[in-house]
Design a protein around this ligand. Structure first.
Ligand code: HEC
Length: 179
């Protein structure tokens, strides 16, 4: 009897903890299942319809020819990571790579190209390309950081030298007084 009781208590606890976990489940991503056209019409159109900040306009074959020539993996990866005024992920932090890549494919296909929704193999290549691109950016940022460290160091050294000079002046004045 006692044993049955403890088993039912255990089952009860398990059920409670399952419910607890259900609350912690990540919310379904808003972009999941969205077509490239839908993503474009929700996000990308804001700049790519009118060509804000020199964004290549949808349907502008001349503007897209060189981009399409870069190839689907490279162009998608570079845009995903961000290029100059093109914000990373189109400026949507929760954008999925799948939804973004489909939007790029849709845009390219409506601007003189013929790109399909990337399959798993192409997505893997895009991810690899994006990792490399981020690596280049990280190196650039680290160089900037080192440069700033150097400037800060030089600035501190100059200030220290100035303070030492001031201190020398003060002590020589003081010793002067004593004399
Ligand atoms: C805030 C404005 C803005 C939004 C929103 C935006 N873009 Fe862009 N995009 C730009 C600009 C500006 C450029 C041109 C960047 C450059 O080459 O200087 C660009 C360039 C691109 C390129 C070419 C990248 C390259 O390597 O030259 C692609 C592809 C692209 N965008 C896709 C998208 C997609 C897909 C979305 C939506 C998910 C999107 N953009 C949303 C501004 C935007």
């Amino acid at each position: 009897m006692k044993r049955y009781l403890s088993i039912s208590v255990l089952i009860g606890l398990a059920v409670i903890s399952l419910h607890g976990h259900a609350d912690e489940k990540p919310k379904p991503n808003a972009w999941q299942g969205k077509s490239g056209e839908e993503v474009y019409n929700t996000v990308c159109f804001a700049c790519h319809k009118a060509g804000i900040a020199d964004a290549p306009k949808l349907g502008d074959k001349a503007a897209w020819a060189d981009l399409i020539a870069e190839g689907q993996a490279v162009l998608t990866a570079h845009a995903w990571v961000g290029v100059r005024a093109m914000p990373a992920k189109g400026g949507q932090p929760d954008m999925t790579l799948e939804a973004f890549a489909d939007a790029v494919a849709w845009m390219a296909s409506n601007s003189g190209g013929d790109w399909k929704t990337p399959d798993d193999t192409l997505l893997a290549v895009i991810r690899e390309e994006a990792i490399q691109r981020i690596g280049v950016q990280v190196t650039e940022m680290q160089e900037m950081q080192q440069e700033l460290h150097k400037l800060t160091q030089e600035h501190l050294e100059t200030r220290l030298q100035n303070m030492e000079k001031q201190l020398q002046n003060l002590t020589s004045r003081d010793t002067g007084k004593v004399k």
